[in-house]
Design a protein around this ligand. Structure first.
Ligand code: SAH
Length: 363
């Protein structure tokens, strides 16, 4: 990821050392009369050796270890639930934070390696009508360290099997672009070669379509895979499914996607969740293709067979209809795939495990 001058402060920064980017850690060291190069040593202890106590950082002076210990904590997440799917390919974690709120993280085994799906906020205020994450609204933002910590926790579970997290998707609970600065700090740390060192092309960020942040993110010029949840081809239907569309309707959203294509040179993914009888007709597939062509976008469409959420009323599109939708797009010259599904038996759809466990939360 390209380095950019960082802002002086981020409002949600707490005391987890995982919240500090390499740059910020260097600044802290200088302010505390220590040489900058210690930042790399500390990063190696945190992200490569994955120690849990500053005392273990034996190549640092005792004085520095004490200063670190007085200023920061390492992780603040506690595992409250760890579930494995019956085929062993999906694991779901529910973590409790220092204030009692819970967040969920999913680990998936694919043929190409292990991917982790992280949560970006406690709850969500976007209010998509098919999504479990919005039920209960937004409780609070996550600090970048709490997002980094999810990856470390899952990596530690993999350490036992000598395996490594190879990709990360920001598709858990929350809207990443509603917590922009923390997400950028998170991305810097997981992408840093002395940090978790996950290549940008192995990271995927998905947004519901907060247009000003799409422009900002394009200007970061990263190689990160970028996805937009589209789900409908008319403003009328999209506003019904995703209230964010009232603020950022298609005629604002699609030019920002075009800007993203042009600025980064990268193809964008449209996520399109098929909801039985709502948005899954052949006409809609054709309209989607036309929209992509009219705006001259470079798009891959990822069709999502929607997960049933008990609190929501939608039904699944028939398998044959999903294939027809995909075929229609392809016939129109649009690149499309159907998302493979995993982890049904452990509530792997966004927000479902947390929704069940919410009674545990203190507030
Ligand atoms: N807030 C971001 C990222 C989180 S969700 C966004 O909206 O993109 C990741 C994807 O899962 C989004 O495309 C979201 O619309 C979709 N999703 C939400 N609820 C779903 C459900 N019940 N079934 C299938 N996909 C769902």
């Amino acid at each position: 990821m390209k380095k950019k001058k960082q802002k002086e402060t981020r409002p949600n920064k707490g005391n987890s050392i995982y919240s500090l980017t390499h740059e910020e850690l260097k600044n802290w060291l200088v302010e505390n009369g220590e040489p900058k190069f210690r930042a790399t040593q500390i990063f190696e202890w945190l992200y490569q050796k994955r120690v849990e106590y500053f005392e273990e950082m034996t190549n640092l002076s005792k004085g520095l270890r004490e200063k670190l210990n007085n200023s920061f904590s390492i992780t603040t997440l506690e595992t409250v639930v760890e579930q494995k799917s019956s085929d062993g390919r999906t694991m779901k974690f529910l973590f409790e934070m220092h204030d009692g709120y819970t967040i969920e993280t999913v680990l998936m085994k694919h043929d190409y390696g292990y991917s982790v799906c992280v949560t970006s906020q406690v709850g969500c205020r976007i209010g998509c009508t098919f999504c479990a994450s919005s039920i209960g609204g937004l409780k609070r933002q996550l600090e970048s360290g709490e997002i980094v910590s999810q990856v470390i926790k899952v990596q530690k579970a993999l350490d036992e099997r000598n395996e490594r997290v190879s990709s990360i998707v920001l598709m858990g609970i929350g809207e990443p672009f509603d917590n922009y600065d923390e997400i950028i700090a998170f991305l810097r740390t997981i992408n840093h070669d002395k940090g978790i060192n996950i290549g940008a092309r192995h990271i995927t960020l998905s947004t519901s379509g907060i247009v000003p942040r799409i422009y900002d993110f394009a200007d970061e010029k990263t190689q990160i895979n970028f996805a937009v949840s589209l789900h409908a081809v008319t403003n009328e239907r999209r506003s019904k499914l995703m209230p964010i569309n009232k603020a950022y309707p298609l005629e604002k959203l699609l030019p920002s996607v075009k800007y993203y294509n042009e600025t980064t040179g990268r193809r964008v993914t449209f996520e399109y969740g098929l909801l039985g009888g709502e948005n899954d007709s052949v006409e809609e597939a054709k309209d989607l293709a036309n929209l992509i062509k009219d705006y001259d976008l470079n798009i891959h469409v990822n069709l999502i067979p929607v997960n049933f959420v008990p609190e929501r009323n939608y039904v699944r599109t028939e398998r044959s209809q999903i294939f027809e939708f995909e075929r229609t797009l392809k016939d129109e010259g649009i690149n499309a795939t159907i998302r493979r599904e995993q982890g049904h038996d452990i509530d792997a759809a966004c927000g479902q495990l947390r929704a069940k466990e919410r009674k545990r939360e203190t507030r």
